[in-house]
Design a protein around this ligand. Sequence first.
Ligand code: ACK
Length: 665
Amino acid sequence: MACTRPPSAPRNAISNVNETSVFLEWIPPADTGGRKDVSYYIACKKCNSHAGVCDECGGHVRYLPRQIGLKNTSVMMVDLLAHTNYTFEIEAVNGVSDLSPGARQYVSVNVTTNQAAPSPVTNVKKGKIAKNSISLSWQEPDRPNGIILEYEIKYFEKDQETSYTIIKSKETTITAEGLKPASVYVFQIRARTAAGYGVFSRRFEFETIPVSVAASSDQSQIPIIAVSVTVGVILLAVVIGFLLSGRRCGYSKAKQDPEEEKMHFHNGHIKLPGVRTYIDPHTYEDPNQAVHEFAKEIEASCITIERVIGAGEFGEVCSGRLKLPGKRELPVAIKTLKVGYTEKQRRDFLGEASIMGQFDHPNIIHLEGVVTKSKPVMIVTEYMENGSLDTFLKKNDGQFTVIQLVGMLRGIAAGMKYLSDMGYVHRDLAARNILINSNLVCKVSDFGLSRVLEDDPEAAYTTRGGKIPIRWTAPEAIAFRKFTSASDVWSYGIVMWEVVSYGERPYWEMTNQDVIKAVEEGYRLPSPMDCPAALYQLMLDCWQKERNSRPKFDEIVSMLDKLIRNPSSLKTLVNASSRVSNLLAEHGSLGSGAYRSVGEWLEAIKMGRYTEIFMENGYSSMDAVAQVTLEDLRRLGVTLVGHQKKIMNSLQEMKVQLVNGMVPL
Ligand code: ACK
């Protein structure tokens, strides 16, 4: 038998970061070393981007399914640190690798993890316990994964879980008051960062002391019997009040720390309002006050403008650098307000900063601050290297794996979940309003009030006078301006379609009126080419007519997380021949359409080179062409993906127009 050798390095490794998890995928080495026992080993290094040094990751990182001896060409690393640079080296090894003196053959991938929710609080201690109160203290979670904004403490009487109380606190101590004497209470604590809540801690049980002990331990001079009578009377009054009001649980006005908010729940019927709610800057009498409440004033001398990157409604958008005293220099995007603005324009321009400044989430564009004390007035945000998502995808048509596309969609959904939790309705969610950075992290941008729609070239006036980006907007928002998080979910479905079709224009060149009509009649966009069935189903769910039946953003995030964790679930693609069927409830005939012959049609889309092949294979009429599937195209020798797309999309477009009676003559 010939000598064998170690394999070459794995190829085309790609990564997908989800908070503090990283998914890696690669393809096998070109050379297996003449052996069949190739497996993979993952080396993990944690790198300091400033010092340029890397250390081994240590034992806290978990590898799914394993770190050594991987047979599959993918792996997931979980429990990484947040906001940290990692280098993963994927090495292919076989039975003779250990015997070889040669250098290791690996491919390396650099990633930066995102902010994540904190790990659970593990260490909770009881403090002072009285008959009606329990004090607790705890330590910050082992992995805060960011700045802890607050803690949520949930407690209830043991075995009475359906009636619980929630206290919020910025401190690591609280006192729960208004408790029953001699009763066991169960406490659970969780921490929140900008990335959301971590999971609750395990249950900690503490018991209030009985009245008699409390009385003696307080060295009260009042006889125990008197205390008991008083307690009895109070309890009786409480019970009567309780029966009269017909309520079993209500808002408690227990004495509390001003930092704490406290709410009672019963059977989950009282909804916890958003942890923080978005405040409409319009509610401020003086808009300047709103800006300075939510945005930091930056000295113009800290900003260096480098180049113009685009044009906004109010002036140029530039890239540049921000160097605040004592901080690292940052690349930033700078939106400027052009000279000669009116007071209303200034207010509307800065309105966006007043909104953006209220948000703090890894998938929402981050506001660094504003310049209002000198001219030009500027809004400074983090810099997103790859610009707007729609342009970026068009430029990189077909270049990403499905997992990467789902990663982008997951980010957008997480940002939207955050906004909907804050009570903010975006109204103009579209790929053109998403920015993407060099790590392919997508962030929702373009915030505003009426302005948002005024400066969107896609927005059109409706018969009722509003300006709406029709193709992205839910029917109820178009018809009677019912803009809600559910209408944002509809728009999210359109963004999913834009992403999977690499920036294709929704409904192609159909007119707005035809889009409204088709959607009203129950037609929906067909699946993009090569779209996983699970993703198209999610799009259709987002486009349910009944808005309450659409999924919520948290459900969308969980669904996408599941797909990312189980990539094989993305392997089933929408059947090519059924792609257009839901737009084509009643098939018309393409024969009566815009083109008189197959040749004319193929010439029109610059695919004339295939005319002969089509004719020779029986696709000699437009009606026959209507049945062509992607598999047929491949069989006919149309192997270039770009050509396949051109032909399939043109067919779809003709069918869509047909459905709406809009075939151009
Ligand atoms: O597609 P683009 O390059 O990305 O062109 C538009 C242009 O400015 C006008 O909006 C780009 N842009 C806007 N905000 C940012 C940002 N924070 N980082 C990078 N580019 C941005 C956008």
